[in-house]
Design a protein around this ligand. Structure first.
Ligand code: HSE
Length: 439
């Protein structure tokens, strides 16, 4: 048995300082679980962080010194981004080190090459902290659900976005104001448009989809729509219809496409208010995974923040410490499926996706408009599940009509919406939000 495993931590921001603190505080338990002592041998950081105490750990301002340090077994990359962090990870692999990273952008965009390089060198790149912060969702899908054919998964996988939507709904707070608070709490990305426009969630979804379906990482194929255009009135109407609006990442085997393609999409979604996941609020994340054998399973926890993310980083370090003596060919494969046995299933374009819809149509308050709209939908073979018509606002001859449709293929809905928008009796664009029952 190894006596100690030496780690080098690069990046001492929110997650890096959280990892140092948890490793120090829980050293005895962590070491007992790992079966050896985990020793922080070196830290690479541009500046110190008063949020953690480094004691006599060697600190280098040049992170590449950590990757080149022959004493280090595991390099922990907590810098983020896809430039310096990418070079660092490749350097560490080249030097035969295992890597632990919380970097979702790096894995989503460059994971295929990283895993290939790691395989050649017989090392592992572990990335539990890259998705849903402290929730062990990678391990759950890759190992816990390995008996299942995964049918779909849907997750609230951006804490900042969920925090903003929750505060807007419950407290009527202003979008920009809540975003500032999320940044101050260390939840938001360096560039918060990644949170708000769904890019961060898309990174995480791609990783989950690869594990679930055994497909290569394909970030460029995700359909991504953020929360910045969610109108407070739609939040209210959704509530009146028994739904909540959540920003979801959805990966699903299509039952519509002949060739069994995969839907990969991130967008605001109406979900029934009674679903557990509809009640996941604030910075919390949750992922629903439906396997054919197990049925639906739900994983919930803090999706961002220093110590929750550190919890996942350290779990990976413990896993690696346990397997350091194992034959590289018999370690858990990066994406759960053995290299060379990945599936090559098409990712569907968004117009081939099948979902239900919430539509808000601004219509003239005259007889027969609703009939014309439902006729257009019916001609497209789209049935209507619910309708509400609101009173016209003062001084307006227009009324909002809200419809929930049955599931339809997006291109058929697009055609119907175009016809509805062309009616003389409607004004402006139809607001459309996808709806999922998640059952
Ligand atoms: N900005 C991310 C979030 C951090 O808010 O979820 C965790 O990945």
């Amino acid at each position: 048995m190894l006596n100690s495993v030496k780690i080098g931590i690069c990046g001492l921001g929110t997650v890096g300082s959280g990892a140092v603190n948890v490793l120090n505080r829980n050293a005895d338990e962590i070491n007992a679980r790992a079966g050896c002592q985990i020793v922080i041998t070196q830290v690479g950081a541009r500046r110190d962080n008063p949020a953690c105490e480094l004691g006599d750990i060697s600190v280098s301002r040049d992170i590449f010194e950590v990757a080149d340090n022959p004493d280090i077994d595991i390099l922990v990359e907590l810098i983020g981004g896809t430039t310096v962090a990418k070079d660092l990870v490749f350097r560490a692999i080249e030097n035969g080190k295992h890597v632990v990273t919380a970097n979702k952008a790096l894995i989503a965009e460059f994971g295929n090459e990283i895993f290939e390089a790691a395989k050649e060198k017989g090392v592992t790149v572990a990335f539990e902290a890259a998705v849903a912060g402290g929730i062990p969702i990678i391990k759950a899908i890759r190992e816990g659900l390995s008996a299942n054919r995964i049918e779909w998964l849907a997750g609230i996988i951006n804490g900042t976005g969920n925090f903003i939507l929750t505060q807007m709904r419950d407290k009527g707070r202003d979008f920009a104001d809540v975003l500032k608070e999320a940044q101050a709490l260390g939840y938001a990305e360096a560039d918060p448009t990644f949170d708000v426009e769904g890019i961060d969630a898309a990174h995480k979804l791609v990783i989950l989809a690869s594990l679930a379906f055994g497909i290569p990482l394909q970030f460029e194929k995700v359909f991504t729509e953020g929360i910045s255009k969610v109108d407070p009135q739609d939040v209210t109407y959704a509530q009146q219809l028994g739904y909540r609006i959540k920003h979801l990442g959805i990966a699903r085997r299509s039952t519509y496409s002949d060739n069994g393609g995969i839907e990969l999409r991130v967008h605001p979604t109406l979900i029934p208010a009674k679903q557990l996941i509809a009640n996941v609020d604030g910075v919390m994340n949750a992922v629903l995974v439906k396997g054919d054998a197990v049925g639906p399973t739900l994983y919930y926890g803090a999706g961002a923040g220093a110590e929750p993310t550190a919890s996942s980083v350290i779990a990976d370090i413990v896993d690696l410490a346990r397997t350091l003596t194992a034959d590289p060919e018999h370690r858990v494969p990066h994406l759960g499926f053995q290299p060379g046995q990945l599936n090559h299933i098409e990712i569907l374009p968004i117009d081939e996706v099948e979902t239900a819809y919430y539509l808000r149509i601004t219509a003239l308050d005259v007889p027969g408009v609703l009939a014309k709209i439902t006729q257009i939908l019916s001609d497209a073979d789209i049935s209507v599940e619910a309708v509400i018509q609101k009173e016209p606002e003062a001084d307006s001859d227009h009324v909002p009509l809200i419809l929930i449709t049955d599931r339809a293929i997006e291109k058929h809905l697009d055609e119907a919406v175009e016809k509805i928008q062309a009616l003389d009796a409607t004004a402006g664009d139809v607001v459309r939000i996808r709806v999922e029952s998640l059952s």
